[in-house]
Design a protein around this ligand. Structure first.
Ligand code: ZN
Length: 431
């Protein structure tokens, strides 16, 4: 599909759920009295400490480094009902990671705020998020996080922190391409192309065209620091549009999945905090090239369009840029030079309707019979900006909308309302 998944925007709303202490005392911490000096007492009782989480984390990371699934499984309570799922998922992952050779990863274990202490020294048991962070070499300037529902236990003060249960991955990242098949990859200068083993010949056949599309995206877009490749996954009917939380694909042929960079250590404590290191991209993406895209005569354009979505994620704050911004930038970048010559008539006739739809949401844009025209009208906004003010104005506008808290804030930053921009574009296209 040629749109970011709006459901990902809701991702930040999922909260951390803490279970009660299992079997331990529910006695409250002693409260400071008003008498006497105000002495801060050290934490007493059975407390989950940073040393505890560091020890568990070290073991998990050793298991990841060994790529030995039994070493991972051995760290989970043998009574966990989900052990078979863990074994299945991580057997496939380790096998794929070993073959790919360009995915680094590590675990993060945190202490969530709340019931990780038993003042009387008894058992502490709680639910939290166990975070696996990975980085695809060349694509991800920062770590991409996945969190798993997990349960932890510390039996006594001098006992280690144990992993009682390793559960499902948070829906937005589930499944990844490496969870659904035995996969391999081809590296080109500007792309990692990942495919099922049985699609190896097709991947080889299309690698040059995917590279062409990716190269065009890189030639056009400001390059995100630390990034020189776009990640393309060749999908097939059973998983077309179903990776990374899935998306309503409709007639779409390809889709760019948004991956925000969140601080993995904070996430393991239950806090979704942007990993906004200065100068580094705020997010990345993965392209899913659906089976249908490979029969398109404009396949290279599709690879370029999706590549632009991924590179635009460098600005993405996750607040939801208007649909015309995402699609307009990608279409302008793909067809900008020939836009008015090819589609001028359709743009002029649809522009009136587009002006009201552009100010609305995702559904109004995509569910319209004029969807194709709306893509081209969106591109015309950027073609107008380039013509009047140069290419910098194109990226300044895209960045403002991608990075702002909401579209009004973006307009304020630009010093120009969306309505003004649309009216100026209408004049420019001659509608
Ligand atoms: Zn698109």
């Amino acid at each position: 599909m040629r749109e970011l998944d709006r459901r990902t925007l809701l991702w930040g709303s999922a909260g951390l759920v803490l279970a009660g202490c299992g079997g331990g005392s529910t006695k409250a911490e002693p409260k400071a009295t008003t008498k006497g000096p105000n002495i801060v007492k050290p934490q007493t009782g059975n407390v989950v400490t940073q040393a505890d989480t560091a020890a568990l984390r070290k073991q998990l990371n050793e298991a990841f480094a060994s790529k030995d699934v039994e070493q991972l499984v051995a760290l989970i309570d043998p009574g966990d009902f989900a052990l078979d799922d863990v074994r299945k998922r991580w057997t496939r992952r380790f096998d794929n990671f070993k073959r790919l050779g360009f995915v680094e990863g590590e675990w993060f274990v945190g202490v969530p705020t709340g019931r990780t202490r038993n003042a009387s020294g008894g058992l502490v048991e709680y639910d939290g998020d166990l975070v696996f962070a990975h980085q695809v070499r060349g694509c991800d300037a920062q770590q991409v996080v996945e969190s798993y529902r997990a349960s932890f236990r510390k039996k006594a003060e001098d006992a280690p922190l144990e992993l009682l249960h390793l559960g499902d991955a948070e829906a937005q990242f589930d499944p990844s391409i490496w969870d659904v098949a035995t996969i391999d990859a081809i590296e080109t200068k500007h792309a990692w192309i990942v495919f099922r083993k049985q699609d190896a010949a097709k991947a080889k056949d299309f690698a040059g065209r995917i590279e062409q599309g990716a190269k065009r995206a890189f030639d056009l877009m400001p390059r995100p620091k630390g990034v020189d490749k776009v990640f393309y996954a060749m999908t097939w009917p059973a998983v077309d549009g179903k990776l990374y939380g899935g998306v309503a694909i409709g007639e779409a042929d390809a889709h760019a999945y948004y991956h925000p960079f969140l601080d993995p250590a904070e996430l393991s404590k239950g806090q979704k905090t942007p990993a906004d290191a200065k100068g580094l991209p705020r997010a990345t993406g993965r392209v899913g090239l659906h089976e249908g895209s490979f029969t398109r005569p404009d396949f290279v354009d599709t690879a370029c369009h999706e590549g632009i979505h991924v590179l635009a994620d460098q600005w993405n704050s996750g607040s939801g840029q208007p649909t015309w911004v995402a699609e307009g930038l990608a279409e302008w970048g793909t067809n900008g030079q020939s836009l008015m010559a090819t589609d001028g008539g359709r743009i002029r006739s649809a522009f009136g309707q587009f002006e009201s739809v552009a100010l609305k949401g995702y559904d109004e844009f995509h569910d319209s019979p004029l969807e194709y025209e709306f893509y081209q009208c969106s591109a015309a906004i950027f073609a107008y900006l380039e013509d009047e003010k140069g290419r910098d104005a194109v990226f300044e506008t895209a960045e403002a909308f991608y990075g702002a808290d909401d579209r009004k804030a973006a307009a304020r930053k630009l010093g120009r309302s969306e309505k003004d921009l649309l009216a100026a574009t209408r004049k420019w296209v001659g509608a």
